[in-house]
Design a protein around this ligand. Structure first.
Ligand code: AR6
Length: 180
């Protein structure tokens, strides 16, 4: 799949939108939109487990799951990425169930783990916007605002944050949010 790149320079860190299969990205860490079992599933989770190989599932089994809004880090195994940061997004329930805060927490928790492990380039999928049904535009606003806020708090922690979109619509949304 062709990768389209839309760089946006913040003061210290580049924010970039790419339309790509996240399993192909040569970054320090990719984020996985997992479920609370951390034992694999469909969507981006399934693609990451297929590309990383069975060693990833073996490591995930040792973690004992992950609550919604938190994150856990594993190796990347056969992926180009050194680490996979597994985070569990909220299932969309109409917006009345704290979904916005839980989604923001996924981005914050993932970046906190990346910092701890010196991962300076990190790629996020559009967490919760597939099987979990979160409206894509609303999710992207939260993703961009939360990442920008974290970069303000930790201005030298990262070289590049990528928002990895699987489809054109997602890419357009992020492009608009980043470029105004
Ligand atoms: N690369 C980048 N993005 C992708 C890829 C890929 N290879 N494949 C899908 N997407 P989803 P969720 C996009 O459903 O909504 C799993 O079964 C997809 O187009 O993967 O958080 C887990 O185990 C969408 O924009 O994650 C959980 O049970 C985005 O990734 C559940 O799904 C997220 O879609 C999590 O649901």
């Amino acid at each position: 799949m062709a990768i389209r790149e839309e760089p946006f320079m913040s003061e210290e860190t580049t924010l970039r939108v790419v339309q790509a299969d996240i399993t192909r990205l040569e970054v320090d860490a990719i984020v996985n939109a997992a479920n609370r079992s951390l034992l694999g599933g469909g969507g981006v989770d399934g693609a990451i487990h297929r590309a990383a190989g069975p060693e990833l599932l073996a490591e995930c089994r040792t973690l004992g799951g992950c609550p919604t809004g938190e994150a856990r880090l594993t190796g990347g195994y056969r992926l180009p990425a050194r680490h996979v940061i597994h985070t569990v997004g909220p299932v969309w329930q109409g917006g009345e169930g704290d979904e916005d805060d839980r989604l923001a927490s996924c981005y914050r928790s993932s970046l906190a783990l990346a910092r701890e492990h010196s991962d300076r380039t990190v790629a996020f999928p559009a967490i919760s916007t597939g099987v979990y049904g979160f409206p894509p535009e609303r999710a992207a606003v939260i993703a961009v605002a939360t990442v920008r806020d974290e970069l303000d708090r930790h201005p030298r922690a990262f070289d590049e944050i990528l928002f990895c979109c699987f489809d054109e619509r997602c890419r357009e949304i992020y492009q608009r949010l980043l470029h105004g």
